[in-house]
Design a protein around this ligand. Sequence first.
Ligand code: G4P
Length: 281
Amino acid sequence: MTIQWFPGHMAKAKRQVQEKMKQIDLVFEIVDARIPQASRNPLVDEMTAGKPRLLLLNKADLADAEVTEMWQDAFLEQGIAGTLPVNAQTGAGTEKIVIAAEQVMAEKHEKLRAKGVRPRAVRALILGIPNVGKSTLINRLAGKKIAKIGDRPGITRQQQWVKVQGKLELLDTPGILWPKFEDEETGIKLAVTGAIRDERFVSQDAALALLRYLKVHYAEQLKSRYGIGDVPEDDIALFDEIGRRRGCIVRGGEVDYEKTGAVVIRDFQTGKIGRISLERP
Ligand code: G4P
């Protein structure tokens, strides 16, 4: 889905998130484990208004497990109360969410109990940028399919609470944040992972940036996916080799760069090159 974020949309999205914030005790902030930094919204701290937060690194199945662990440590150091790598699609890791949520809320509940107040069921909200897996996770936690609202700020439907493992109450509509548009590198990361579809980051440029990164950090995976002996130093030579190996050839025997770029990006997005993290803390 292509989303155009104009200042008016951003202001509206922010207002909607702040509206939801009033109804909840706890935020599940969901990021893409492959790009935990680029898939966060810069204003999320301000928007969550000091509510306790659990950071979920979703699509962990596609990310480098070692790097994901490094991110978990880094986020804890930044003061995030808890982090969990999850796969909303298969449910791996999601069974720990309720326990983690209880841990994050423990101190607050303790204080309430000390005052003689029995804490009510924790009310939570899932918050994140488009395509990060919010709906998949809500369905997973709810144990049923909940109608998805468009990722368009402004379109609303009646929201409801769904019980999670009989303990947590989850708002069935997520909080939608806009992605960062800070610099070209962030834009490329968001385009490569499928978070945004933006013509400014056409597949060739995005694929080239991806290949440059893979060459440095995941050369073995690259070689094995495309059956390359040695990764060529030259970027175009690498592009050429992949294009030829994957049969992306136009009439006259030239490599079709557009198609090659699209193949590389699709391979990355579907995990065919391997488990890859595009950012390190
Ligand atoms: P959103 O509500 O935040 O916008 O995201 P949504 O749940 O629609 O998920 C976006 C895409 O990411 C979906 O794929 C979804 O299946 C996929 N996805 C969600 N969580 C995970 C995960 O943990 N691992 C992997 N590998 N993929 C995940 P899609 O191709 O857009 O749609 P679909 O045909 O798979 O439903």
